[in-house]
Design a binder for this molecule. Structure first.
Ligand code: PMP
Length: 431
């Protein structure tokens, strides 16, 4: 390992809290700059980034960088003062969401957005209970680890808190329900979870989910699941929260929102990561009624949320998405990549399932197609081989055997071919 890499690792070990992992720990990459869909190391080598969805419109996009720099040199203050950008950004965001979502709160991260969503839920329903999906992650605060099975059922987790009920992720490939009746069975599971909560004295104030699930293993639910699950939640007096921190904002294509692509509309929508293109920016968008319930005299104030610089970042991202037609691009390139990966599935037994929408794609790696036995070692091997070809990709899912593909939207058809060819080579090398 190069001296500089060893030196940074040593200094991190000394003063950075333990438990923070380093990607490719056997051979970490010393990144020094980034542009578009590429990260560059200290020798100038370019790595194709297939894992970072936060630099949504491309790493260090010049229009976003310029907008932030100009605004930061002109005015940055808090939202109790009057400036143009806050109202403009709220108007433009609300123009992108379906009715009855029309009231915005601005925060600094996905966790802050989900945390606020829980407060809105409590204010509007008077309930503390939550139904979440297995394998889900919703953020790093105390309350959010409590509703994130990915964390409380994972390493170091303390188990499920009593006010939370878990319904199985609607995974038609590996989950408990795989046949034609899967939609009905998975929505019934949501209903069962809502009933368990009521029986335990913690009626759910909300059903929270990602319309397509990330940490649970790039799950693409069967058609009809989301409207069904939302209807069950509402039948029990619960609100519906859509966490679009990963999957929202054009990644899935022209539908723009994963919840819309899945055919349902939430009561509370939470946003983060991509909306600021790596500038820390998050948002909650809800209905006028829910916002009115929350407005009980206690002000919601967030020092940095919706600052002029944050809004400048957000507005520039919206401009780029529109001008570069990135949702359309994500759909086209995603379709191409999905078909290339499905073709690979015809030659490689290890590819158990290829799923996704737009540039949110998962490839399930298995030891045996008939038993669907997860092969995390093969998935890890692919990640390592791709690293050697300077392609960055990650794995996730409960068995850590799902290749997770969610690149910046600058990723194009040639990149898709390069990625598919590299996965093909990695699998040949294994066989
Ligand atoms: N929700 C989802 C679905 C996420 O993937 C994440 C981050 N991985 C969060 C919420 C939390 O966002 P942040 O890390 O910005 O607080």
């Amino acid at each position: 390992m190069a001296d500089i890499v060893n030196d940074i690792l040593r200094r991190r070990r000394e003063h950075i809290a333990p438990g923070l992992s380093v990607l490719y720990s056997d051979d970490p990459i010393h990144v020094v700059r980034a542009a578009g869909q590429y990260l560059y190391d200290d020798s100038g080598a370019a790595y194709l980034d297939c894992m970072n969805n936060v630099p949504h419109v491309g790493h260090c996009h010049p229009r976003v960088a310029d907008a932030v720099a100009r605004q930061f040199a002109t005015l940055n203050t808090n939202s109790r003062l009057l400036y143009d950008q806050l109202a403009e950004y709220a108007e433009r965001l609300c123009a992108l969401v379906p009715d009855p979502l029309e009231v915005c709160y601005f925060v600094n991260s996905g966790s802050e957005a989900n945390e606020l969503a829980l407060r809105l839920m409590r204010a509007a329903t008077g309930r503390r209970g939550v139904v979440a999906l297995s394998g889900a992650y919703h953020g790093n605060t105390t309350s959010l680890v409590d509703i994130s099975p990915y964390k409380f059922d994972g390493r170091g987790g303390q188990g499920r808190p009593r006010h939370v009920q878990v319904a199985p992720a609607p995974d038609a490939y590996r989950g408990p329900h795989r046949d034609e009746g899967a939609v009905e069975s998975y929505t019934q599971e949501v209903d069962d979870a809502l009933r368990r909560g009521e029986r335990d004295g913690f009626a759910a104030g909300a059903f929270i989910s990602e319309a397509l699930m990330g940490t649970a293993g790039q799950i693409h639910p069967p058609e009809g699941y989301l409207p069904g699950a939302y209807a069950r939640a509402r039948d029990h007096g619960a609100l519906v929260i859509a966490d679009e921190v990963q999957v929202g904002f054009g990644r899935v294509g022209q539908e723009f929102w994963a919840f819309r692509a899945m055919g349902a509309t939430p009561d509370i929508l939470t946003l983060g990561k991509p909306i600021g293109n790596s500038y820390p920016l998050g948002a909650v968008i809800t209905t006028r009624e829910i916002a009115a319930e929350f407005d009980n005299g206690m002000e919601y104030f967030n020092t940095f949320g919706g600052s002029p610089v944050a809004c400048a970042a957000g507005l520039a991202v919206l401009d780029v998405l529109r001008d570069e037609e990135l949702p359309e691009h994500a759909e086209k390139v995603g379709d191409h990549l999905l078909s290339r990966l499905r073709e690979l599935g015809e030659t490689h037994e290890a590819i158990g399932d290829v799923r996704g929408l737009g540039l949110f794609i998962g490839v399930e790696i298995v030891a045996d197609r008939a038993t669907r036995t997860p092969a995390s070692d093969v998935a890890r091997h692919i990640v390592t081989r791709l690293r050697a070809e300077r392609i960055l990709i990650s794995t996730d899912g409960p068995d850590d055997n799902v290749l997770k593909i969610k690149p910046p939207l600058a990723f194009d058809a040639d990149d898709a071919d390069r990625l598919a060819d590299a996965i093909h080579r990695a699998l040949i090398a294994m066989e």
